[in-house]
Design a binder for this molecule. Sequence first.
Ligand code: SF4
Length: 399
Amino acid sequence: MSILRPIASPEMTLPADLPEKAFRSHAPGYWKEANVSASDWNSAAWQLRNRITSLAQLEQHLVLSQEERAGVLLSGNKLAMAITPHYFNLIDPVDPDCPIRRQVIPRIEETLDDPAEMADPCGEDSHMPVPGLVHRYPDRVLFLVTDRCASYCRYCTRSRVVSGVGEQHLHMEHEAAFRYLEKHPEVRDVLLSGGDPLLLSDAKLESLLQRLRSIEHIEFVRIGSRIPIFLPQRITPELVTMLRKYRVWLSIHTNHPRELTTEVREGLDRLSDHGIPLGNQSVLLRGVNDDPEVMKSLVHKLLMCRVRPYYLYQCDLIKGSSHLRTSVGTGLEIIESLRGHTTGYAVPQFVIDAPGGGGKVPLNPDYILQRDERRTLVRNYEGEAFEYPEPKAIMATTW
Ligand code: SF4
């Protein structure tokens, strides 16, 4: 391989002092005056019972903008608002553009009508052979086991059914789904999602996992969950011991480095120590993580927690998400700023879930400059070009 020429010298070097890279506990935060006992604070049940769900509760702690106030008042018709005390403590009270606030506090923009947006942007409903089971790819299925979450993300792809306040409801038929899986030996991979499966009780979750593991052709079981971020108190020794028994993988969902607190790191450590492989999926969101430095902090912190950054999603065309969506180019620039500039394990695959149900499509910056039957011309992260000769060309030269 020979260096041809430098084609660019991108200014991709990031400062060593990345934003919000330290692990911190934010407890008791807004609950300081309430004198909550440590055992209450560390209980998932207490966290769920004390979620912020109303305008009055929000306004006890934060000064809301007009857009947020109106958004909260209207959220009851679309996607409910609920924020665990643990997660609420991450909100900066004086920053109206706080990246945590943007993810969970509704805004009036959620009611704007953009003709490109859809209620079901990934076309899941049209790929459901039985209610709650999405079979879109040849060998794997998405099994929606609940419609509830610990907190609700304003950009949720499944906001049409999640939280139970919208017009559409998720009719889960677990037994029908199991019967379908038993009859389909081509399905080797099941992703449990929802809603958030880790919100189910240990007993309920165990009965689902037990049933899945009794189907011989199912090789790989994953759970998609934002609970380790919204409600780290739920990651108990009992839960991880049970998950280990069923050999599951866990895909967590975090978008901003501040979300990786000391409590979250402890929960993730517990999962890793029990041999549960961890990956992360992030959604690219305007004003949250559409910045190379923020994303670099996030992926570094994930590696420190032994979580592999897996996907970075271009935000789906979900109704009312235009204020949170960024350009595809922003995502490509972020990947460009990471690839080669930091650990390869830290670089997620940037994807678009093709609108209407086409499945995930990987997006990469253009590293191939030219390709023909004789050679491939590539560029590296510093913009230098290199030529890789194809085998035939080598043979022709040698003979
Ligand atoms: S946790 Fe997942 S399913 Fe629940 S609201 Fe957030 S994105 Fe949607």
